[in-house]
Design a protein around this ligand. Structure first.
Ligand code: UFG
Length: 337
């Protein structure tokens, strides 16, 4: 299939691009590089041996999206592009709703016009809100605690309604848990702007000496050691889930939702210890107050993805920690070398 990857220069998009090409598909990237670097495209060429067509466009721009669709003859779209910082979304909700919803609507309109019928969406476990219980199963109650999460849930609804109205449309909603790690080559990985919000990039920047110590947000949660528990998944496993999802969409109409997680919950201190052991580096940390909006525990029941997509996470936590560190230590300034 020929697949449009919006946000294909980002962390998850770039890893998915490699796995799609490995599986024999063709990838085209549309990205405005607002949160990614052009160097990613050179690295993707180096890793895949292919010149991946690239459109430096905002996918909310109807005219540019239309002319791209007119030229490319896509079979499918994977929509990664979107604003994704929880705190920023609280401060600038309209910017989040405008951007995340507009891009999706523009893509859906272009897809209808050019008869492109397969859509895979980057959703998030954040749509489960404060979970009633764990592990999380796809049918459980949803609800969000911040505008970023609401954009994900609203887009899930828009896509579900679009697929109900258009019997040719296939939609797969992928609810990601916590992607970490990097490509084993150490050539592509996560390159956050400024001080990282997420745990693993923070740890790797402490490891490289860019940040003095990790702040652990709360040690009084009802978990085995008091720190927050999450389902960390290797980004390459996550990328492989997209290959299965796009192939599923091509064969099945309507909407399906899948959790992409490992099913295992690790605490913040479990991650610190695993990183230290895997890489033989000490990570100094201090306990800080809880972070607003955080929940105690969040991990997936990944059974549906296994049974229906034939996909399962395979990488160990040790490899996730090693690959995160290889990327950071080989690229101390991210893509800015
Ligand atoms: N944490 C720290 N210190 C830090 C950063 C994080 O202790 O410096 C802790 C958090 O409190 C949490 C865990 O590490 O317990 C993971 O935090 P992340 O910020 O890495 O990830 P979240 O689970 O908060 O958020 C992720 C994605 C969001 C998504 C959310 C829910 O980043 O986009 O999962 O699916 F919305």
């Amino acid at each position: 299939m020929k697949i449009l990857l919006t946000g294909g220069a980002g962390f998850i998009g770039s890893h998915t691009c490699i796995e799609l090409i490995k599986a024999g598909h063709k990838a085209v990237i549309a990205d405005d590089l607002s949160n990614s670097k052009p160097a990613v495209l050179e690295r993707l060429k180096e890793l895949t041996g292919q010149d991946i067509p690239f459109y430096n466009i905002d996918v909310a721009d109807k005219e540019k999206v239309d002319s791209m669709f007119a030229k490319e003859n896509f079979d499918a779209v994977i929509h990664f592009a979107g604003f994704k910082a929880v705190g920023e979304s609280v401060a600038k909700p309209l910017m989040y709703y405008r951007n995340n919803l507009d891009t999706t609507l523009t893509l859906l309109e272009a897809m209808a016009k050019y008869n492109v019928n397969n859509f895979v969406f980057s959703s998030s476990a954040t749509v489960y809100g404060v979970p009633e219980r764990v592990p999380l199963v796809e049918g459980m109650k949803t609800g969000c605690t911040n505008p970023y999460g609401w954009t994900k849930l609203m887009i899930e609804q828009i896509l579900t309604d679009a697929a109900a109205a258009d019997k040719n449309l296939s939609v797969v909603l992928l609810r990601y848990f916590n992607p970490i790690g990097a490509h084993p080559s150490g050539r592509i990985g996560e390159d956050p702007t400024g001080i990282p919000n997420n745990l693993l990039p923070y740890i790797t920047q402490v490891a490289i000496g860019k940040l003095p110590q990790l702040g652990v947000f709360g040690n009084d949660y009802p978990t085995h050691d008091g720190t927050g528990v999450r389902d960390y998944i290797h980004v390459v496993d996550l990328a492989k889930g997209h290959v299965k999802a796009i192939e599923y969409a091509d064969k099945n109409k309507g909407t399906e939702i899948f959790n992409l997680g490992t099913g295992i919950g690790y605490s913040v201190l479990d991650i610190v210890k695993a990183f230290e052991k895997a890489n033989d580096i000490k990570i100094p940390y201090v306990i800080k107050p809880r972070r607003d909006g955080d929940i105690a525990e969040c991990y997936a029941d990944p059974t549906k993805a296994r049974d229906v997509l034939g996909w399962q996470a395979e990488e160990t936590l040790e490899n996730m920690c090693k690959d995160s560190w290889r990327w950071q230590s080989n690229n101390p300034k991210g893509y800015e070398e």
